[in-house]
Design a protein around this ligand. Structure first.
Ligand code: THU
Length: 130
């Protein structure tokens, strides 16, 4: 994992708006050409309206022009090995490849490295809809 990717995920976590769960999360996406897009979770008093760090990062990635994703990092202050939720697995799979590495991190660095395929086996594929 590039150090910049880890630092971006960690810095994003510091921006989390999580007054309800008090569970800050940071995520970062690095494209093959070296751009990094980060995001934090953002909660809302009407709880289901909040969204995850990975989703914020994907929004930045799309607005930044997208491109081939090389690697992804996720970190949560209160969990040693946070894993993306089901919805975020589907969202990440939309833009990454099955073999794209996802680093599950803690305060010291990588705890475990998995792939998008590991996270979302038998995920719904949208090809037929295009
Ligand atoms: N959360 C994320 O941001 N990413 C995940 O992968 C898991 C959960 C957030 C959503 C909510 O703000 C808080 O963590 C507790 O569920």
């Amino acid at each position: 994992m590039s150090h910049a990717l880890y630092e971006a995920a960690k810095a994003a976590m510091a921006n989390a708006y999580a007054p309800y769960s008090k569970f800050p999360v940071g995520a970062a996406i690095r494209t093959e050409d070296g751009r990094i897009f980060a995001g934090c979770n953002i909660e809302v008093a009407s709880y289901p309206e909040g969204w995850c760090a990975e989703t914020t990062a994907l929004g930045h990635y799309i607005m930044g022009g997208g491109g081939k994703i090389a690697e992804i990092a996720v970190i949560a202050a209160r969990m040693p090995r946070v894993t993306p939720c089901g919805g975020c697995r589907q969202r990440l799979a939309e833009f990454a490849e099955p073999a794209t590495r996802v680093y599950l991190c803690d305060d010291a660095g990588i705890v475990e490295t998995v792939t998008i395929a590991d996270l979302l086996p038998y995920g719904f594929q949208g090809e037929i809809l295009k």
